[in-house]
Design a binder for this molecule. Structure first.
Ligand SMILES: Nc1nc2c(ncn2[C@@H]2O[C@H](COP(=O)(O)OP(=O)(O)OP(=O)(O)O)[C@@H](O)[C@H]2O)c(=O)[nH]1
Length: 205
């Protein structure tokens, strides 16, 4: 069984007043577009969020055809790695694809490839040439990553690579990304300007 974890617990400060997770992207809330992509490749979803976001997120995800659970941050604003831990703790799958809520172009077949690459290891994390690891579009083995995150947070470490580097992880390199992913899979929509540009890609001129 495979799970999907969507990270939505951030404050979207670059986006302005609105929560980017539920911002309208060509007729659908952005998080719904992420969920729709994940639906084809995982058996269930966990949405990590703050308590006050939950009702709006539930409305945005109504009708998703796989089970959706909500993992609320016990303490908000602890960063994406705390969000990954909270989400993974609720996930039922041995492995989970973690995807940020602002990646509506996420390529489902690439996630499928990440699951294959992670098999027998603790994580498969893409690394685009000359850039850092794409830790918010990666596959983790649920229990070891959640435990490693808890340990890192106890040490007051907040970077996602800290728990990752303590695990048996596989790097999915630029050549593999070129072969297995669409070009825009990592494109994130974290400002109003990017939302405007993204609309046309979803057929909204
Ligand atoms: N649970 C939790 N998730 C977070 C936190 N900060 C960011 N995230 C999530 O991690 C992912 C990547 O973070 P960012 O792209 O920086 O999102 P953000 O913090 O909401 O946006 P900015 O405030 O504009 O940086 C997003 O999916 C966020 O929802 C946090 O403090 N807690």
């Amino acid at each position: 069984m495979r799970s999907g974890v969507i990270l939505a617990g951030g404050y979207s400060t670059r986006f302005g007043d609105e929560d980017k997770a539920t911002a309208d992207l060509a007729g659908e809330p952005m998080i719904r577009r992420v969920a729709d992509r994940l639906e084809g490749v995982v058996d269930d979803l966990v949405v990590n969020c703050r308590a006050e976001q939950r009702a709006r997120l539930e409305a945005a995800l109504a009708g998703v055809e796989i089970p959706v659970q909500y993992a609320e941050d016990p303490e908000p604003d602890q960063g994406p790695m705390a969000g990954i831990m909270t989400g993974l703790r609720e996930a039922d799958g041995e492995y989970a694809a973690v995807v940020a809520c602002d990646m509506p172009f996420v390529d489902a077949s690439f996630l499928d490839y990440l699951f294959e690459r992670a098999a027998g290891h603790d994580a498969a994390v893409p690394q685009v040439e000359d850039e850092w690891f794409q830790t918010t579009q990666a596959v983790y083995r649920t229990e070891p990553m959640a435990q490693a995150c808890a340990k890192a947070l106890a040490d007051d470490e907040h970077k996602i690579v800290v728990p990752l580097f303590r695990l048996d992880y596989v790097v999915v390199d630029a050549a593999e990304i070129r072969e297995h992913a669409t070009e825009d899979t990592f494109r994130n929509v974290n400002t109003r300007e990017k939302l405007e540009t993204a609309r046309s890609a979803f057929g909204d001129e």
